[in-house]
Design a protein around this ligand. Structure first.
Ligand SMILES: C[N+](C)(C)CCCC[C@H](N)C(=O)O
Length: 288
């Protein structure tokens, strides 16, 4: 099984992640709290109360976990495509796989990465939602002191299954949308690249950026539900399951609730995925 794809997925994921984390914090806050009036208001408040560091809350853990998550995403995608079409990454420009195969391979990658991502994502969301200023002497400490402490407390209070809270919603979110992610990327690359050639850097950046936007727009409804399921159970359980969470969110806030954070998700998705795909392609070309 070719391993380069796994390593390239890891490095490119980490680069994209740092760039996108501040957007991600704003997104999670907008989706789960009602104190902010919009993106700008949220940013200003985070900066005032928590300084620049507030934007980077909960980042150390994703950086460590992206090694697993993004390498599973790209590694499983590429190896599933190899199984389906019997072409390696290097051969794919000459013999382009069909969109059905690309979609199926993407869904497989999305499904498996969601499973690995679930506990890490839960911890990230819980830490991002702590609004206390970073380390103020004299004030009571926040509920979770860091990722390990957060993981241990969830395990203690909610058991092993507690670490997978929201995992169903996450799998439903990622299985089809990672398919969309790779279809958009490949489609745009093919559109703007002469046959048989490698896409230029500019093409890769733009195609990666739009792949990020397209998949995130499609993923946002279940992203909202996922974040809410993950915050549920902190004080008392509100939702009975994914469907119940959807129904009661719509009943209380209208259909618009499914698009909470869509603007910020898209603004984050472009740079993150442009950089992810560019570094992924270049690492593989360089090693190939
Ligand atoms: C499928 N869905 C849109 C949910 C995620 C696609 C993952 C892409 C990248 N790691 C990122 O964080 O943007």
């Amino acid at each position: 099984m070719p391993v380069e794809e796994f390593v390239a997925g890891w490095i490119s994921g980490a680069l994209g992640l740092v760039l996108g984390h501040p957007f991600d914090t704003v997104k999670v806050r907008l989706q789960t709290q009602t104190t902010y009036r919009g993106i700008v208001d949220c940013m200003v408040k985070i900066y005032r109360h928590e300084s620049l560091l507030g934007f980077f809350k909960g980042m150390s853990f994703p950086i460590a976990s992206i090694a697993v998550v993004n390498s599973v995403l790209f590694g499983v995608y590429s190896n599933t495509l190899l199984l389906l079409t019997a072409t390696s990454h290097q051969e794919r420009r000459a013999q382009p796989p069909s969109y059905t195969h690309i979609f199926l391979a993407g869904c497989t990658g999305g499904f498996l990465q969601a499973y690995c991502l679930a506990p890490f994502d839960l911890i990230k969301v819980r830490l991002q939602n702590q609004t206390e200023p970073v380390a103020q002497p004299g004030s009571p400490p926040p509920q979770y002191q860091g990722p390990m402490h957060c993981a241990a407390s969830i395990f203690r209070e909610e058991g092993y299954r507690g670490l997978f809270r929201g995992a169903w919603a996450l799998m439903l979110r990622d299985t089809p949308t990672v398919g969309i992610y790779f279809i958009t990327y490949e489609g745009l690359c093919r559109q703007y690249t002469p046959e048989g050639q490698n896409p230029s850097s500019a093409t890769v950046l733009v195609a990666g950026g739009f792949a990020g936007i397209a998949s995130w727009v499609a993923a946002t409804p279940l992203d909202v539900i996922k974040s809410r399921m993950q915050m549920d159970g902190l004080r008392r359980r509100v939702y009975q399951g994914v469907l119940d969470c959807m129904m009661s969110s719509v009943r209380q806030e209208g259909l618009g609730v499914f698009f909470r954070g869509v603007t910020i998700n898209s603004a984050r998705a472009f740079p993150v995925n442009a950089v992810t795909f560019l570094s992924y392609e270049y690492l593989l070309r360089w090693w190939g």
